[in-house]
Design a protein around this ligand. Structure first.
Ligand code: PLP
Length: 469
């Protein structure tokens, strides 16, 4: 139910702080990097004063004010003046806060949140009960580093059911803290500084940041509207003997595109020809609406060069649990586990027990999930069309991308700020998902992983207040 002034519903997990997706520091992009900076505090804000890029904000001299002098236990005063922000060079460009700005604006304006990719409804009872039972049963100490045996087996069983491939749960499955950690362990465990890695833009935000941490050289090909197909010739032109890996995501966030068998065949033959690895992020595999999801690992000759990445969060509406996994042949699993051992070592024990229960859900669970999401998608897509957006087709995920230009705002960030402040709805600017942000300036992303009332209210607000220019 929608409560006036709340973000979207009154559910306890529906807060701005519960999703890493929105609050993670975002990439600094040239055409909208000018933030307002309060000179006194040196902290970026949506204030009114000085317009400088955020990276300069961190270098502004920080003035001391009375409030920054606090007493210590021995009664002396200590200067708590903010220090210039510090960050290692490899992450320097990721520290701006476009989404944090959106978040504070959203709270201030009581906006309905169709931005963050997490459900505002809860996960299934049988999975929550399994977690509670595991805690009561004392499954509360460190788990085995690469996963409790039961979960490794459940992942292997599910992989076999979906791809037809038999994998060894002990040697080819690694349980991680969400897919985010599986991505990081894969990249840090298998990519050397200077290795070239190809992404499909727009891409999920952690890819670029983690590749930067690994010192990789990033190249990208852009999936363009209306159908976001892979530009095959362009892809062929950038794969070479210097390419170490292609990092792909299907169904694809933010566009909802699903890679077709023909496209996957092209990627596969390029990878085989040039001896390239594939890291395939398939967290939305069960949210495939218009066609069947295909794992690239299942294509002939591909399993041996593929790390398949997945997690529990999207499929079971439990994004806060952060249980993920990587499936790969033993020779690649070795690198993934080496990094995983020193990133997190092991993942929450009771949640792993519950995850094993979840993965053994009957087919009817997945069918119902799809039915629910198709209904939500219909409400949002028809609603956005009636508001006047050009809505691009989304075959999978719980996202849909639209062209905002009929409403006359200069770019995606300006549009999203307007939408929050003047209309009371949150969407995500997509320019942050490209190496070249210009490519995303006409597109914004909405999510439909919200209850139907929330989706309808958001559409009503837009119909009422968003006027075509
Ligand atoms: C494409 C993609 N990969 C990975 C993740 C992260 O998954 P997890 O929450 O399991 O770390 C997300 C979350 O939004 C995502 O959209």
């Amino acid at each position: 139910m929608l409560h006036p002034g709340s973000l979207c519903c009154n559910s306890s997990h529906c807060t701005w702080t519960s999703s890493h997706e929105m609050l993670r520091p975002y990439i600094l992009k040239p055409f909208h990097i000018f933030q307002n900076v309060s000179k006194n505090t040196g902290i970026n804000n949506i204030g009114r004063s000085l317009r400088v890029p955020p990276f300069m904000a961190s270098q502004l001299p920080a003035a001391t004010t009375e409030h920054q002098l606090v007493s210590t236990q021995d009664g002396s005063s200590q200067n708590t003046a903010p220090q210039p922000l510090q960050v290692a060079k490899r992450l320097e460009k990721f520290k701006t806060t476009i989404f944090t700005q959106m978040s504070s604006l959203a709270i201030k304006h009581g906006a309905i949140n169709l931005g963050q990719g997490f459900p505002n409804f809860d996960g299934p009872e049988f999975v929550k009960e399994a977690a509670i039972q595991a805690i009561r049963d004392g499954k509360n100490q460190y788990a085995r580093g690469y996963g409790i045996p039961d979960l490794n087996s459940a992942v292997a069983d599910r992989f076999k059911k979906e791809t037809g491939l038999t994998v060894d749960p002990e040697k080819e499955v690694t349980v991680t803290s969400g897919c985010t950690e599986a991505i990081a362990a894969t990249i840090l465990g298998l990519i050397n500084p200077g290795d070239e890695v190809i992404l499909f833009a727009p891409f999920y935000d952690s890819y670029e940041a983690t590749l930067s941490m690994a010192g990789a050289k990033i190249k990208s090909v852009t999936l363009k509207p209306p159908n976001f197909s892979i530009p095959i010739d362009e892809l062929k032109s950038i794969v070479s003997k210097n390419t170490r890996a292609i990092l792909m995501n299907t169904p694809h966030n933010p566009t909802g595109k699903m890679f077709t068998r023909d496209e996957l065949n092209v990627i596969a033959s390029l990878c085989i020809e040039h001896d390239v690895l594939v890291f395939s992020d398939e967290v939305y595999d069960k949210l495939a609406f218009e066609m069947d999801h295909i794992s690239i690992a299942s294509l002939s000759g591909m399993y041996d060069r593929t790390v398949t990445l997945n997690s529990l969060g999207k499929t079971f509406s439990l994004t806060g649990w952060k249980i993920g996994w990587a499936v790969a042949p033993a020779h690649l699993t070795w690198g993934v586990r080496q990094a995983h051992s020193f990133l997190t070592f092991a993942t929450s024990t009771p949640m792993q027990y519950a995850a094993a229960t979840a993965l053994r859900a009957p087919d009817s669970y997945y069918e119902e999930l799809r039915r629910d999401y198709i209904a939500k998608k219909t409400i949002l897509v028809e609603g956005l069309e009636s508001v006047g957006f050009t809505v691009y087709p989304s075959s999978g995920t719980y996202f849909v991308v639209v062209d905002h230009t009929p409403f006359g705002l200069e770019n995606d960030v300006a549009f999203c700020e307007y939408l929050i402040k003047e209309v009371g709805v949150v969407a995500i600017p997509t320019s942050v998902f490209y190496l070249n942000p210009e490519e995303g300036k006409n597109l914004v992303r909405f999510t439909f992983c919200k209850d139907e009332g929330t989706l309808r209210s958001a559409v009503e607000r837009m119909k009422e207040k968003l006027l075509k220019k």
